[in-house]
Design a protein around this ligand. Structure first.
Ligand code: ATP
Ligand code: MG
Length: 329
């Protein structure tokens, strides 16, 4: 079976609709066909300041959400990144292979560093290189992510290729797995920028009160027209709502447009609020159950880390050997 690897940050506690539709939904589906490794990337979370208590809680909340959304820990290795030290170790090796100019071209760093008010750490700058290590350690064939990660996947492939050329074939070159329809879910208050954990304006969170989500959906920014049509260029807000509606119900955008012919934005928003509430209600209940027994949850994560480590350790030791590091006796 081909391998798949992906990760998600525990920074906000709750995941948002973009995380689910752009990434996690694919993680769940790929369990059927792939040998899957999924991690909560706490090392990435500390690229911005974290309160230790909150980080610990958010890491468990993140794992509970992945389980509640359908990650099956008997089939997939579900783990926490810091439990597998090989990530940081390979990350250093890859940093030494990355050009400063090359890293400077990452557009996400430019976006995030300008948004950040407190000082910007070097970790935020080098995080795509650690992410490359996350992927290459598992010799992943596919990496299910949203559109915003495409450039980082390109960097990962470049670094793998560079290492392979210099030291002999060591890493598989991974392919991004990006589902076009839901690759970029937009912020409800600013339908020109992506819904994002770090910009909490028009973000629909899975763990907030669904009444609050429904209200956010009702007050989503749309245009001054009245017709419900799919036109991302001129009607970004309405188009975003249609994409979300379609993804949550499995109905095509065209059939939704046909159904809402003659109705107004208010009808669409109200109905989508209900669709979302129906989707999220059982998920929230399952999250609460997993969080009710953190001892069991921690055990699941320990088991996942053990599985992950058995793969990661092999890749790292081959890598160290290729570089010329002395064996450990
Ligand atoms: P941050 O803004 O802090 O980077 P985030 O919302 O991007 O947070 P991540 O944990 O970085 O969340 O991303 C987890 C996964 O969700 C990644 O695969 C990412 O591509 C995907 N993703 C994030 N936002 C969206 C979005 N708006 N639409 C589709 N996919 C998304
Ligand atoms: Mg992100």
């Amino acid at each position: 079976r081909p391998r798949v690897l992906s990760g998600i940050q525990p920074t906000a506690g709750s995941f948002h609709l973009g995380n689910y539709l752009g990434a996690i939904r694919q993680w769940v589906a790929l369990q059927e066909t792939h040998d899957a490794f999924y991690c909560v990337v706490d090392l990435h979370a500390i690229t911005v300041e974290q309160d230790p208590k909150v980080l610990r809680q958010n890491t468990r909340v993140s794992a509970a959400q992945l389980l509640a959304l359908g990650i099956d820990p008997d089939r997939s290795a579900l783990f926490v990144q810091s439990h597998v030290p090989e990530h940081a170790q390979l990350g250093w090796v890859l940093q030494c292979l990355t050009g400063f100019g090359e890293a400077s071209r990452m557009t996400q760093f430019k976006d995030k560093s300008t948004r950040q008010e407190a000082g910007v750490g070097v970790g935020l700058f080098t995080y795509p290189i650690l992410q490359a290590a996350d992927i290459l350690l598992y010799q992943a064939h596919h990496v299910p992510v949203g559109e915003d990660q495409r450039q980082h996947l390109e960097l990962t492939r470049d670094l793998a290729q560079r290492f392979n050329t210099r030291y002999g074939k060591t890493f598989r070159l991974p392919e991004p797995y990006i589902v076009k329809d839901t690759a970029k879910i937009y912020d409800l208050q600013d339908p020109t920028s992506k819904m994002s954990k770090s910009v909490p304006a028009g973000v629909v969170e899975l763990l907030e009160d669904p009444k609050r989500s429904a209200k956010k959906i009702r007050s989503a920014v749309t245009d001054t027209g009245r017709e419900i049509v799919y036109d991302p260029e001129n009607k970004a807000g309405v188009s975003n709502l249609l994409v979300i509606y379609s993804a949550l119900t499995g109905r095509s955008v065209e059939s939704l447009v046909a159904d809402y012919d003659g109705k107004g934005y208010g009808d669409l928003k109200k109905d989508l609020g209900e669709v979302f509430t129906d989707f999220v209600t059982p998920v929230r209940a399952r999250v609460a159950e997993y969080l009710d027994d953190t001892a069991e949850l921690d055990k699941v994560l320990a088991r996942g880390a053990e599985r992950a480590r058995s793969v990661a350790a092999k890749t790292l030791s081959r890598t160290y050997d290729r570089i010329g590091f002395l064996p450990t006796g």
